[in-house]
Design a protein around this ligand. Structure first.
Ligand SMILES: *Cc1c(COP(=O)(O)O)cnc(C)c1O
Length: 391
């Protein structure tokens, strides 16, 4: 069935072979282990490593496999592995592919915990990293050393919504023999498919838009089969495997992902336009706004702009706090990619562990507000944001 249907149909229709119960919806296999008909079958399960035979849910589970299969289909990936959280996906990818003495490049604007892994933990194990500026891709090549193994980035970035040309970076990595890994959390495969532009691996925090309803944590790595095999073995042996329950929630979430991303994107564009030119706002960032400095890149590699809008308040830190305190409907929380609209103030929360200089470097100014535009009526979202701005 795979060949003849579009990805959005397959995201709804793909599922494991039905059990003898002939269930319509996805069943949940909430079991830690699996049984065998004989001692011989049991011995085979351990020696043959047949992906069709389940042993233990830390290794594989049918509900988790269904989620991974759908994610691979959406990203156009050969193989995938699901993890307990997005950070487990990031960490296990680095740990599987790098060893002492290796070096990697990373965009400076990465998720806060990724920054902590790069700067606090990896140096302890002899793995070094260098940051590059997302807005200066022409500086990347000069940073490559003989021991550079991997290049990592997020586009759009969090929270500044900077973009980078994936095809351009993919070409550099291919020519220089470096693995290219993209955190595609903000766009989701519905809006952007990094493998199409040369990425070897794509990472997701499924906690965000993939679930999209603020219920479960999860992560995934998708891409080249040989690399995924190593990451799978590390995940299976070190333990951060995805729980079957979370996989069931996420597999059902994928059925509505296309629909949700279209609505998130339409409303986010509407809010971004309403904020542009507002007297309290000095700058609005949204990939599909013509004023975005990388609008052309957005048009090339994204099908819609996504659900996140960032803007800068003229009043800095004081007005940032006042804005958050004046909201009546939007949630003050640090998650994103939820059906409920969320506002956050990165300088005092998610990126508070960075030094002031580091924050400056990645464009997190004191008055920066990030809104994750939810699925409520745009009229209500806009009204709340505008009344909080004039409070
Ligand atoms: C949230 C997030 C992560 C981490 O995911 P968790 O599921 O919270 O572990 C990684 N990258 C990006 C871009 C994120 O937004």
């Amino acid at each position: 069935m795979e060949e003849q249907y579009s990805p959005e149909t397959l995201a709804v229709r793909m599922q494991n072979r039905r059990t003898p119960e002939k269930e319509h919806s996805t069943p949940l296999f909430l079991t830690s282990s699996f049984v065998y008909d004989s001692a011989e079958d049991m011995a085979d399960a351990f020696t043959k490593d047949d992906p069709e035979v389940n042993i233990y849910s830390r290794f594989s589970n049918p509900t988790v496999d269904e989620f991974v299969d759908k994610m691979c289909m959406l990203e156009g990936a050969e193989a995938g592995v699901a993890t307990a959280t997005g950070m487990a996906a990031v960490f296990n990818t680095f740990m599987s592919l790098l060893q002492a003495g290796d070096h990697m490049l990373s965009a400076s604007a990465v998720f806060g915990s990724t920054h902590t892994i790069l700067t606090k933990y990896m140096p302890k194990w002899g793995i070094s990293s260098t940051y590059f500026d997302m807005n200066k891709p022409e500086t990347i090549e000069a940073l490559i050393r003989p021991e550079t193994k991997l290049l990592y980035l997020e586009t759009p970035s969090n929270p500044g919504l900077d973009l980078i040309d994936l095809e351009l970076v993919g070409e550099i990595c291919r020519r220089r023999g470096i693995l290219f890994v993209v955190d595609n959390c903000f766009a989701t495969p519905v809006l952007q498919k990094p493998i199409h532009f040369g990425a070897d691996l794509v990472i997701h925090s499924a906690t965000k838009f993939i679930d999209g309803q603020g219920r479960v944590l999860g992560g995934a790595v998708l891409g080249r089969k040989d690399l995924i095999h190593d990451i799978y073995l590390m995940t299976r042996n070190t333990g951060p495997s995805m729980s079957p329950f979370n996989a069931w929630v996420l597999s059902k979430s994928l059925e509505t992902l296309t629909l949700r991303m279209e609505r998130h994107s339409a409303s986010a564009l509407g809010l971004a336009k309403a904020l542009e030119g507002h007297p309290e706002v000095s700058r609005v960032r949204y990939p599909f706004l013509k004023s975005h400095p990388q609008y052309a890149i957005a048009q090339k590699q994204m099908s819609l702009g996504g659900g996140i809008v960032a803007f800068e308040l003229k009043g800095g830190l004081v007005h940032g706090r006042r804005f958050l305190n004046s909201l009546k409907m939007l949630s003050r929380t640090n998650n994103l990619g939820d059906s409920r609209s969320i506002a956050s103030h990165p300088a005092s929360t998610t990126h508070s562990k960075l030094s002031e200089a580091e924050r400056q470097l990645v464009g997190i100014t004191p008055g920066l507000i990030r809104v994750s535009v939810g699925l409520e009526s745009l009229v209500d979202i806009e009204r709340d944001v505008l009344q909080a701005l004039s409070a």
